[in-house]
Write a protein that binds this ligand. Structure first.
Ligand SMILES: *Cc1c(COP(=O)(O)O)cnc(C)c1O
Length: 417
């Protein structure tokens, strides 16, 4: 499609986009379990006003926009506090969980090279670790040891220990891991990394803005943050359960000395001193400012309220699913993630992907994932009003598709075009 010869008016633009959006997921109704996390009307109002203020700003150079430098340092200080990083933890904002993970892997590689002379770096991951770690290995030239998880879906410490060696620069665990929502045995994994002088990363992209508030609310939470010895980096996504618009995450290091392995500094070209914390050059101010705004608008009280609603809703979902013949919840999810699959013995009658298709036809959106074939839900506060409708539709869909199998076995966490 060529660019229009004569530009469209604002009204034409808005009408065209409204038509395009008509088939998009209806997250505003609480019917999408993932991808958009709705903090409610006051969060929208604040984020939208601040987005307009910062729509054009660029954090490439914080001498031009000192407010964005302050925003980054205040967001990181708040997150350091949430992660119990004491006086030493230090981080940078990134564009999302993937960029935080890319930087965690790159930092581990640099540290291995500088402190241990490692030229063929390796990392040890549970099979549940996010795809972004494999992307990082591909980008940055690390060898991956991917280790099967235990029956309860948690990382298998002994099996991972057998893959750790003198070239290991990074060991990874998640809090919680994405596929089944369980928290890996972080203290044991971090000790494993420490035993060879490697970094340990807790991937709290999902849990970073949930687990601290669950703990404050009195839920039991397995250890995962900087209170665990040996944890060197943690990723926490503000654009997930931090309820900020897309494009905001933090990578936090235990201290500034470790953070130095993240950054890139260069001045041997014709354009002058170039210092860069992460992958981007030009850095949109909008997601940084809206993240700051949503965090400060919600505060501890707001996050405790939203966390309580999310966890109640996730537990209601799990309980409802367990009450439907032919379905099971995988593992014992500890926070806001719930993954459902066909119950053992029902494989001939219930195809979970056919159930997913039937749900989608009724306006619900859950990711297909596997192995094993399953449907993933990230539950957040915005899903609360819809949860009873969901369970009713889920029960109806299971009955409607009984005996049917769909030929489409594809999964769809992320797409290209
Ligand atoms: C979402 C997620 C990521 C990746 O984050 P993006 O913001 O989608 O790039 C990494 N790890 C976990 C556990 C996640 O849930």
């Amino acid at each position: 499609m060529p660019l229009p010869e004569h530009g469209l008016t604002k009204d034409e633009i808005l009408t065209t986009l409204a038509a395009k959006r008509s088939r998009d997921a209806r997250w505003q109704d609480g019917r999408t379990f993932g991808m958009v996390y709705d903090g409610g009307p006051s969060v929208h109002e604040v984020a939208e006003a601040v987005a307009l203020l910062y729509l054009h700003e660029n954090a490439l150079n914080t001498r031009a926009f000192p407010s964005l430098g302050e925003i980054q340092s205040e967001v990181c200080a708040s997150v350091a506090e949430m992660l119990h990083g004491g006086d030493t933890a230090s981080g940078f904002m990134t564009s999302g969980g993937t960029e935080s993970i890319l930087m965690a892997v790159k930092s581990a590689r640099e540290r291995g090279r500088a402190e241990r002379n490692i030229t063929a770096p390796e990392m040890v991951l549970p099979a549940s670790a996010h795809a972004a770690f494999h992307k990082a290995a591909h980008y940055f030239g690390l060898q991956v040891h991917k280790v099967p998880v235990r029956d309860d879906w948690r990382a298998d410490v002994d099996a991972m220990a057998s893959r750790v060696n003198d070239n290991t620069v990074l060991v990874v665990g998640s809090a919680p891991q994405y596929p089944q929502g369980v928290i890996d045995p972080i203290p044991e994994l971090a000790a494993l990394a420490t035993s060879v002088g490697a970094n340990f990363h807790t991937d709290a992209c999902m849990g970073g803005f949930v687990l601290p508030f669950m703990e404050m609310l009195g839920y039991p939470v397995a250890p995962w943050d900087f209170r665990v010895e040996g944890v060197t980096t943690i990723s926490a996504d503000i654009h997930k359960l931090g309820y900020a618009p897309k494009g905001a995450s933090v990578l936090m290091h235990r201290n500034k000395a470790l953070r130095r392995y993240q950054t890139f500094v260069f001045d041997d070209w014709l354009g002058g001193f170039y210092a860069s914390p992460a992958m981007q050059g030009t850095r949109p101010g909008l997601p940084m400012a809206t993240a700051w705004a949503v965090m400060n608008h919600l505060g501890v009280d707001g996050y405790k309220r939203l966390t309580s609603v999310s966890i109640d809703t996730a537990r209601r979902m799990a309980e409802g699913v367990r009450g439907i013949d032919g379905l099971q919840v995988l593992g014992e999810p500890e926070a806001q993630l719930v993954t459902i699959a066909t119950a053992p013995g029902w494989e001939d009658r219930i195809d979970i992907f056919a159930v997913g298709d039937a749900l989608q036809a009724r306006g619900w959106f859950l990711d297909r994932q596997g192995p094993p074939d399953s449907l993933h839900s990230t539950v957040s506060a915005g899903n609360a009003p819809a949860i009873e409708d969901y369970l009713r539709d889920l029960r109806a869909c299971v009955e409607a598709v009984a005996g049917n199998r769909t030929d489409d076995r594809s999964t769809n966490y992320a797409t290209l075009e």
